[in-house]
Design a protein around this ligand. Sequence first.
Ligand SMILES: Cc1cc2nc3c(=O)[nH]c(=O)nc-3n(C[C@H](O)[C@H](O)[C@H](O)COP(=O)(O)OP(=O)(O)OC[C@H]3O[C@@H](n4cnc5c(N)ncnc54)[C@H](O)[C@@H]3O)c2cc1C
Length: 237
Amino acid sequence: MFKEVYGERVAEWEEPFEAISSQHFFMGGVRIDQECRTTIEGLFAVGEVTGGMHGANRLSGVAFTEIFVLGPVAGRTAASFAGREGFVSPDAAQVNEEIGRLDNLFRQGSGARPFELKAAVQDVMWEKLGPVRDGEGIEAAISAFERIEREQATGMTVGSSDTTYNRDRMEAIELPLMVRTAQLVAHAALLRTESRGSQFRTDFPERNDKEWLRNIVMKKDEHGRVGMRIEKTVEAA
Ligand SMILES: Cc1cc2nc3c(=O)[nH]c(=O)nc-3n(C[C@H](O)[C@H](O)[C@H](O)COP(=O)(O)OP(=O)(O)OC[C@H]3O[C@@H](n4cnc5c(N)ncnc54)[C@H](O)[C@@H]3O)c2cc1C
């Protein structure tokens, strides 16, 4: 296979080739129960967007197993909820609030284009929050995300007002979600002062079962602030 993909000379070690790690799976995510319910009524989740199934590191091949096993469970739970509740009209005030938020995002600013800020988030994640991390790098990442958040709030340049397949608008919608997710990853990584699974902290290279058989749970409060809670896992209880 190696020969087929990279050629004879590389397979025979005659030519150097670059081997790098790459993003394979997102450890952590939305909390679900056994029936794939989230903590928001009527919202169900399954697969890579959920957290906790694989502990600190997913074993090879098990993501597909998860989907095949839990996909039908989520489907059945969602179908039974929909059958029970029928059609639920969305709350008009919430819809208007969301329209206002999007209009604000799309207003013509003079700042960076959304794709530029997105690339900046990706660069920081790559440089500072790969599997090998340290406290200093994570703190630098947190400051960088705050800067990006400020830039995004002061008015990005959204190139066109077209409402059909407008990449700039799509990027503008995705960017705040990406920044928020990156911030959650960074804060959890900083809090976990040990190495475990897919997190290797060079400043805390050892696994610490005594203090860290724990899950980090993050939740937004009614004022929009994100709080962090450390929970014991079953093994530690
Ligand atoms: C390079 C690579 C190799 C891998 N190899 C393996 C392997 O060999 N074995 C294994 O078990 N796992 C493997 N994985 C992991 C596995 O592929 C994923 O965990 C799995 O595919 C996730 O499935 P999912 O359905 O949960 O999410 P996804 O496959 O990511 O599906 C989510 C879908 O939602 C769509 N979506 C997102 N936002 C919206 C929105 N707002 N509106 C509508 N749709 C939206 C996306 O376009 C996407 O189609 C690999 C992953 C990578 C990256």
